[in-house]
Design a binder for this molecule. Structure first.
Ligand code: ATP
Ligand code: MG
Length: 350
C-alpha cells in the first residue's frame, strides 16, 4: 500500500491514580493514522476514547500515568515531549474539537477574533488584518452563512450547530496535520449532527488533514471513516477498514454495536442495546473483558485473554471465537437483515 503513516500509537497504557486504587483506563492500545485519512474510534461511554485523544494532545489529567507506550509522530515519540514542545504542537500541528462547543469558545470575545487568534499565534509577522481575512475564509469553509455579517458576533448570538462550526474553524485555522474530533456532534440535535458530519466529510476531502474521529455511534462513521477501531474497556477489540468492520465484523461487541445502530426503517422501540455494563477498570476481569456480557462466550473467555487474530492484513479482532478450535457462530439475524438492506441500497450503510 502506498499509504503514509502520520501517527503511530504503540502499546499505549494509561493508568489513573485514585483513592480507590489504580484505574487501568487504557490497556495496550495500538493503531495508526494514515495521511489524509480518517480513523474512527468507536465504543460505549467509559471505554477510553477521550483518554486516548487527550493522550494524543498531551492533555491528560494530573493523576494520569503512562507506564508504557509510544506515540510516534514524524519520527519522534511525543510521550517524551516537554510541556513546551506540546504547546508548540497543540493547535498548530495537532488540533482538537471537543464535544461541547461552549466550553471551547470564549463568551467574551468576538467569533472572528477567536478564529484569527491561533493564526496570529502560530504565524509570527502575520498582520491582524490578514488574520481576520483568513478567519472569514475559514468561516465560509465550514458553512457559516453570510459570514461577513457575522464575523463580529459573540458566541451567545449563535445556535449550537453554528458554534460547533466556529470551533471547527478554529481547529482548522493553523492547517493542522492531525485533527482530533471527540464526539463533535453529540451535543447537537440529529439534523444539525448530519449537517456537521456532511461538512466535515467535504472538508476532509478538500484539506487532506488526517482525522481521528471519536464517537459512540458506529452509524455516523460509515461513508466518512477509512479505518475503524472498536474500543471496549480500555482496549481495542477490533480494528479494520470501514468495509471490514461493517460487512465482516468478527467481535461480538462489534456485532452489538451494529445491532444498536438505528436505521431508517426501524423505529426507536426496536433498538437493541448491549445488555450489561462494562467491567470495573480498577480491577479488570481475568480473561476477555467482554466475556460477562458476551452471549457467545466460551469457557476460555473467563480464563485467558484472547490475542489479536488476523482476519486480513488490515483487519484484526481480539476474540477467542476466531481460534480454530472455537465453534462457528454467526452474527444475529438482525445484522444479516441489515447487510441484505445495504446490499440493496448499494453504496454503503444507511
Ligand atoms: N482523571 C481521571 N481519574 C480517574 N479515572 C479517570 C480519569 N479520567 C478518566 N477516567 C476513567 O477512565 C475511563 C475512560 O474514560 P473516557 O473519558 O476515556 O471514556 P470515553 O470512552 O471517552 O466515554 P464517553 O463516551 O462517556 O465520553 C473511565 O472509566 C473513566 O472513569
Ligand atoms: Mg469521552
Amino acid at each position: 500500500m502506498s499509504e503514509e503513516t502520520i501517527l503511530e500509537v504503540k502499546n499505549l497504557h494509561v493508568n489513573f491514580k485514585t483513592y480507590a486504587g489504580q484505574v487501568k483506563a487504557i490497556r495496550d492500545v495500538s493503531f495508526s493514522l494514515e495521511k489524509g485519512q480518517t480513523l474512527a474510534i468507536v465504543g460505549e461511554s467509559g471505554s477510553g476514547k477521550s483518554v486516548t485523544t487527550k493522550t494524543l494532545m498531551g492533555l491528560n489529567a494530573p493523576n494520569a500515568e503512562i507506564p508504557e507506550g509510544q506515540l510516534l509522530y514524524k519520527g519522534k515519540d511525543l510521550l517524551k515531549n516537554t510541556e513546551k514542545e506540546w504547546q508548540a504542537l497543540r493547535g498548530n500541528e495537532i488540533s482538537m474539537i471537543f464535544q461541547d462547543p461552549m466550553t471551547s469558545l470564549d463568551p467574551t470575545m468576538k467569533i472572528g477574533k477567536q478564529i484569527a487568534e491561533p493564526l496570529l499565534k502560530h504565524n509570527k509577522g502575520m498582520s491582524k488584518k490578514d488574520a481576520l481575512a483568513r478567519a472569514l475564509e475559514l468561516m465560509k469553509q465550514v458553512g457559516i452563512p453570510k459570514a461577513e455579517e457575522h464575523i463580529n458576533d459573540y458566541p451567545h448570538q449563535w445556535s449550537g450547530g453554528m458554534r460547533q462550526r466556529a470551533v471547527i474553524a478554529i481547529a482548522l485555522a493553523a492547517d493542522p496535520e492531525i485533527l482530533i474530533a471527540d464526539e463533535p456532534t453529540t451535543a447537537l440535535d440529529v439534523t444539525i449532527q448530519a449537517q456537521i458530519m456532511h461538512m466535515m466529510a467535504e472538508l476532509q476531502a478538500r484539506i487532506k488533514s488526517s482525522i481521528v474521529f471519536i464517537t459512540h455511534d458506529l452509524g455516523v462513521v460509515a461513508g466518512f471513516a477509512h479505518k475503524v477501531a472498536v474500543m471496549y474497556a480500555g482496549e481495542i477489540v477490533e480494528y479494520g477498514t470501514v468495509e471490514e468492520i461493517f460487512y465482516n465484523p468478527q467481535h461480538p461487541y462489534t456485532w452489538g454495536l451494529l445491532d444498536s445502530m438505528p436505521t431508517v426503517e426501524t423505529d426507536v422501540d426496536r433498538l437493541v442495546s448491549i445488555p450489561g455494563t462494562p467491567p470495573d477498570l480498577l480491577n479488570p476481569p481475568k480473561g476477555d473483558a467482554f466475556a460477562a456480557r458476551n452471549k457467545y462466550a466460551l469457557d476460555i473467555d473467563f480464563e485467558e485473554e484472547p490475542p489479536f487474530f488476523e482476519v486480513s492484513p488490515t483487519h484484526f479482532a481480539k476474540t477467542w471465537l476466531l481460534d480454530e478450535r472455537a465453534p462457528k457462530v454467526d452474527p444475529s439475524d438482525n445484522i444479516k437483515a441489515r447487510w441484505a438492506r445495504w446490499a440493496k441500497i448499494s453504496g454503503g450503510a444507511e
